[in-house]
Design a protein around this ligand. Structure first.
Ligand code: MN3
Length: 209
């Protein structure tokens, strides 16, 4: 009566993001961490008698409609599934290009330009204490904003859960598992490296949606 969520294809090789993100981190991150969120989400929803959306991100928008007994498990593991699905897509094996079109115009208008965006995004990523994500997202009023969430929370969950509300267009995983093998405690070096592999074409597609 409902979906079984599945681990996505990466779409590029584990080595494709080197030297910025190393192959072993990519493989473990996808096949261990992301896979565990998938399994735990499927286990959490296995007994539910309601129809669930195929898209895990959509599932995050309906936490209040879920039975309380599974809500936290879906928040944490559904968040882990949806956030990682998007994380793999916003990185490009060919290296970063730059924002184009409507996205570029909005970065200028709403955030004061690309350098200001980069500073704010880096600050959000470094300022998130413990585990979480930093985001470039579109607020309900249509303006771009930069922020961060704890754990596996997502702006699509709404402010009640995530502290911020909107639709993510770019995100960076700042859990230690995303960078520890190559960067150890140097989160700043990882964030700086990540900026070299941002797939701004894909980010622009999210923005246009
Ligand atoms: Mn992760």
């Amino acid at each position: 009566n409902h979906m079984t969520y599945k681990l996505p294809e990466l779409g590029y090789s584990y080595t494709a993001l080197e030297p910025y993100i190393d192959a072993r981190t990519m493989e473990i991150h996808l096949t261990k961490h992301h896979a565990t969120y998938i399994n735990n989400l499927n286990n959490a929803v296995a007994g539910l008698k309601m129809d669930l959306p195929e898209c895990p991100k959509k599932l995050l928008t309906m936490l209040d409609e879920l039975p309380e007994a599974v809500r936290t498990a879906v928040r944490n593991n559904g968040g882990g599934v949806a956030n990682h699905n998007m994380y793999w897509k916003v990185m490009a094996p060919d290296g970063a290009n730059s924002p184009q079109g409507a996205l570029a115009a909005a970065i200028d208008k709403d955030l004061g330009g690309f350098e200001a965006f980069r500073d704010a995004f880096t600050k959000a990523a470094l300022g998130r204490f413990g585990s979480g994500w930093a985001w470039l997202y579109v607020k309900p009023d249509g303006k771009l904003a930069v922020g961060s969430t704890a754990n596996q929370d997502s702006p699509v969950m709404g402010a009640k859960y995530a502290g911020i509300e909107g639709k993510g267009v770019l995100l960076i995983d700042v859990w230690e598992h995303a960078y520890y093998l190559n960067y150890q405690n140097r989160r700043a070096d990882y964030v700086s490296a990540f900026m070299n592999v941002v797939n701004w074409t894909k980010v622009g597609e999210y923005y246009d949606k």
